[in-house]
Design a protein around this ligand. Structure first.
Ligand code: ATP
Ligand code: MG
Length: 495
């Protein structure tokens, strides 16, 4: 679509106005007319014009005054002066006030059109240049904002990143890299990588990528131990950086702190070897009894043979207990366990657990004291886990008790939590063993515990149950006097 070019002719001479209009309309321009400067200015303010033809000598408002006003109102309008006394001075004066060119009166139509077309061409070029500049500015803005985005992303990455060029100079890095490498040196673009990275292993990985035999599409991954104030294990991935054409630009290295991961791995393998060890002893005993029975080592005495089988059975029972504890432990460990937390009154659970376990204490003639009110304040908990918790605590109080001892279970009144105390008058726990009793597989070794069986998982399960219920467990003990475990569970509503 061809845009209409709007032209305003401002002249007090009707003949000139009409003449111009005729010529310009026949050329396809839209032409308006004004007979003095004031009228011309009003029209410029009311409608956008591309070009003004202005007579200099006019009543009310002169051409110069008009041009001055228009120049401020719309500097893009091309103004051409029509002047009856075209001297150099008037021309210069007009130019000073913003005129693009001038036409001396009288003029031929061709002359008018030629000056006018030049003016319009200038306006077109000026507009185009303006458009290009705007586009360029826009692109610049986009690039700048992309750069800012990239910068923000790289800076907030948890993994460290360092980019070096082919000359082994630093090009890009982020705060995570500085933190991981624990460097005091000031990182700045252009610094030699060998000044910044002192770890021999790390430099070796980077060197491999620089070597000519290195395949450009490989990513080298290596674990590196960083010594220092805080030793760390870092997983380093190093790869070449290439442009779209495939030319080598440098090397990018990313660092991930895997110290914690390595620790967990170590704990896991320790756990496996501990479990294997715990399983081995009872299995070896069972195997021994069965072998003795089968080879007839115990002779023909049926009593003796039966005894052996019974012992084997006892050991398999404790093996079963161990496996059950392990399963429970793993279940609690994998945070995926589905807990059915409900509003619970623990009094029934505690009374029933004591009743169930009482018979374990008959050989020791234990006395059981229960000081639990019929109704306890409600807590939000998983019933099965609460049963397990009190079974473990009460069975310990029985197992590590002495002849004619006492096991007491009581509730503590408090407004913020429900406290339950499980006390015994048993062998007690030495002070140095206390911090370990909640560890997996830990059992106090000694003359007094020698004949009690157990896996050492009971209290670690208790601890985990307490954690998942946002509670606390405390222990007080005195050797040969007894032990008290106190559990504190948050109340559903603080009253
Ligand atoms: P499990 O409960 O798995 O059958 P366990 O009783 O040996 O085995 P925990 O309940 O975890 O394991 O207890 C760890 C250790 O703490 C016990 O081996 C024992 O030495 C000590 N202990 C626990 N409770 C008492 C207690 N009431 N009195 C004295 N020692 C205790
Ligand atoms: Mg126990």
């Amino acid at each position: 679509m061809v845009e209409t070019v709007n032209i305003l002719v401002v002249d007090d001479e009707k003949g000139i106005r009409e003449g111009c209009r005729r010529v310009l309309t026949s050329e396809g321009y839209a032409v308006d007319m004004a007979e003095n400067g004031k009228q011309g200015l009003d029209m410029v303010k009311a409608k956008p014009y591309d070009l003004l033809l202005v007579d200099l000598m006019m009543p009310i408002m002169s051409g110069i005054e008009l041009m001055e006003e228009v120049r401020h109102f719309d500097p893009e309008i091309i103004m051409i002066v029509i002047t009856g006394f075209a001297t150099i001075e008037t021309a210069i004066d007009a130019m000073k006030h913003g005129a693009y060119d001038y036409i001396p009166k009288p003029f031929a139509p061709d002359q008018l059109i030629s000056v006018l077309n030049r003016g319009l061409e200038k306006r077109r070029l000026r507009k185009e240049a303006e458009k290009l500049r705007e586009e360029r500015d826009q692109k610049l803005l986009e690039v700048a904002s992309e750069k800012t985005k990239l910068h923000a992303i790289v800076n907030s990455m948890a993994d460290g990143i360092i980019v070096i060029n082919r000359e082994r100079q630093l090009v890009l890095w982020n705060p995570a890299a500085i933190k991981m490498l624990d460097r005091n040196v000031k990182l700045e673009t252009g610094r030699d990588v060998d000044e910044i990275i002192k770890e021999k292993d790390l430099i070796e990985v980077i060197n491999k990528v620089f070597s000519p035999s290195f395949s450009q599409y490989t990513i080298l991954s290596e674990e590196i131990e960083l010594t220092g104030d805080e030793p760390k294990t870092i997983m380093v991935n190093v790869a070449c950086v290439r442009d779209e054409k495939g030319s080598d630009l440098g090397v990018v290295s990313t660092f991930r702190d895997i110290t914690r991961l390595k620790e967990v791995e170590k704990i896991k393998s320790q756990f496996v070897s501990m479990v294997a060890h715990e399983l081995r002893a009872p299995l070896a005993a069972v195997e021994g009894y069965l072998a003795a029975y089968l080879t007839g080592v115990a002779g023909k005495d049926p009593q003796l043979n039966r005894q052996m089988l019974e012992r084997a059975r006892l050991r398999t029972q404790s093996l079963m207990e161990l496996v059950n504890d392990l399963l429970q432990f793993v279940r609690l460990e994998s945070k995926k366990v589905v807990r059915k937390k409900e509003l619970l009154d623990l009094s029934d659970i505690i009374v029933n657990t004591v009743e169930l376990l009482k018979q374990q204490g008959t050989s020791k003639d234990l006395t059981f004291q229960l000081d639990i009110p019929d109704k306890l304040p409600l807590i939000e908990a998983d019933r099965a886990e609460m049963e397990q918790l009190f079974t473990n605590l009460i069975s310990n109080a029985i197992k590590y008790n002495i002849k004619n001892g006492t096991v007491s279970v009581s509730a503590l009144p408090d407004t913020h939590y429900l406290g339950i105390k499980v006390s015994d008058t048993g062998i007690g726990i030495e002070e140095e063993a206390l911090p370990c009793i909640f560890d997996e597989f830990y059992r106090v070794q000694g003359e007094k515990t020698r004949y009690t069986t157990g896996t050492g998982l009971g209290l670690s399960i208790v601890k985990r149950i307490m954690e998942s219920h946002f509670g606390r467990i405390e222990v007080e003990s005195e050797v040969d006097k007894g032990t008290t475990f106190t559990v504190k569970l948050p109340l559903k509503e603080i009253n």
